[in-house]
Design a protein around this ligand. Structure first.
Ligand SMILES: NC(=O)c1ccc[n+]([C@@H]2O[C@H](COP(=O)([O-])OP(=O)(O)OC[C@H]3O[C@@H](n4cnc5c(N)ncnc54)[C@H](OP(=O)(O)O)[C@@H]3O)[C@@H](O)[C@H]2O)c1
Length: 295
């Protein structure tokens, strides 16, 4: 099994802090700038000024226990710095755990949260209240990335986005994203406020959003596939994994990384071993034939 080694992970984290951030281009290109850690093609991308490892962490099962606080800290030490949560996850415990674990974390750790999952939660007052509660739970004065969690026929997209734009202007939200959106909806959102990330259901077997993936790549918008591991994959997955001495999970993630340079999967896990295994996908380069076989 290919796994990220502990020494490699630590030097990765140190390296991330030490290196200069790219200013103009969103996607870090192939480079071999610092000798003490491995840098493969597009292992990072940037949102605003933050350079992100292209494998994040999903936290929709995270409960507020001392073990999970420690797990989040160790996940960051292992090299993850995009952490995905939402106002509704585990009744608020996910956000509270991240607040407890990360309130003193380095500034290159981006916590993304979401609000407006139900129609009742997407109107102006409800969304403002959720943002205030998320800031409190996260123990922060600023949320790095805030997504509108769902778009509802009953609540105009523009009404919800106006609240996010207002918070972005005030500095309480750094960047704005949108979840489960079509290209047309992303374009409407972009007319209101810059959209830095789109988070849609996408993986080897769920491919409804191919055009959104391509649109985001062309526009320099980060595409965050949620449920990146769900559904397994085609029969070729196991064979390709064996060839790389990797796990099928790693190959599924490597395929997503190759599918678009602005893709940043957020596999959910409560296991540090699985998290390290998932980061190991950054080291896998699929051949054209392998990529096509899974396409
Ligand atoms: N925007 C939205 O509407 C939306 C909807 C759903 C989810 N999300 C976000 O997307 C994230 C990912 O979704 P998800 O966590 O539900 O599904 P997922 O990432 O596709 O799969 C998570 C499952 O895979 C297992 N797993 C993770 N790494 C593994 C590995 N290396 N080997 C074997 N098993 C592994 C996990 O168990 P272990 O704990 O045992 O590792 C868990 O059972 C969520 O956490 C959430 O942040 C967003």
């Amino acid at each position: 099994m290919l796994a990220i080694s502990e020494a490699w992970a630590v030097s990765w984290a140190v390296g991330l802090q030490a290196r200069a951030r790219p200013r103009s281009r969103r996607v870090a290109s192939r480079r071999s700038e610092v000798g003490f850690y491995v840098v493969a093609t597009t292992t990072r991308l940037t949102i605003g000024e933050t350079t992100l490892t292209r494998i994040g962490l999903g936290t929709n099962r995270l409960t507020n226990t001392p073990e999970n606080v420690q797990f989040v800290r160790e996940a960051v030490a292992a090299g993850v710095n995009m952490i995905d949560t939402a106002h509704i996850y585990t009744g608020g415990e996910s956000e509270a755990t991240l607040g407890e674990a990360l309130s003193t974390a380095p500034s290159d750790c981006m916590v993304a949260t979401k609000g407006g999952f139900s129609a009742a939660e997407a109107n102006t007052d409800a969304l403002r209240a959720q943002i205030a509660e998320s800031l409190h739970r996260l123990r922060s004065e600023r949320i790095g990335l805030y997504y509108l969690h769902r778009i509802h026929p009953e609540v105009p997209l523009e009404q919800s986005l106006a609240v996010l734009a207002e918070h972005r202007d005030a500095g309480t939200i750094g960047h704005v994203g949108i979840s489960e959106a079509s290209i047309e909806q992303v374009e409407r959102a972009r007319a209101m406020v810059p959209i830095e990330a789109v988070q849609n259901h996408y993986n080897l077997t769920e491919r409804r959003h191919e055009e959104v993936v391509d649109y985001c790549a062309a526009a320099g918008i980060t595409f965050v596939p949620y449920f990146p591991l769900r559904g397994g994959g085609p029969p070729e997955l196991d064979e390709i994994a064996a060839r790389h001495e990797a796990t099928p999970t790693q190959i599924a993630l490597a395929w997503l990384l190759r599918r678009s340079p602005t893709m940043l999967p957020i596999p959910g896990t409560l296991s540090l071993a699985h998290l390290r295994e998932n980061l190991g996908a950054l080291e896998i380069t699929l051949t054209d034939a392998e990529f096509e076989a899974l396409m």
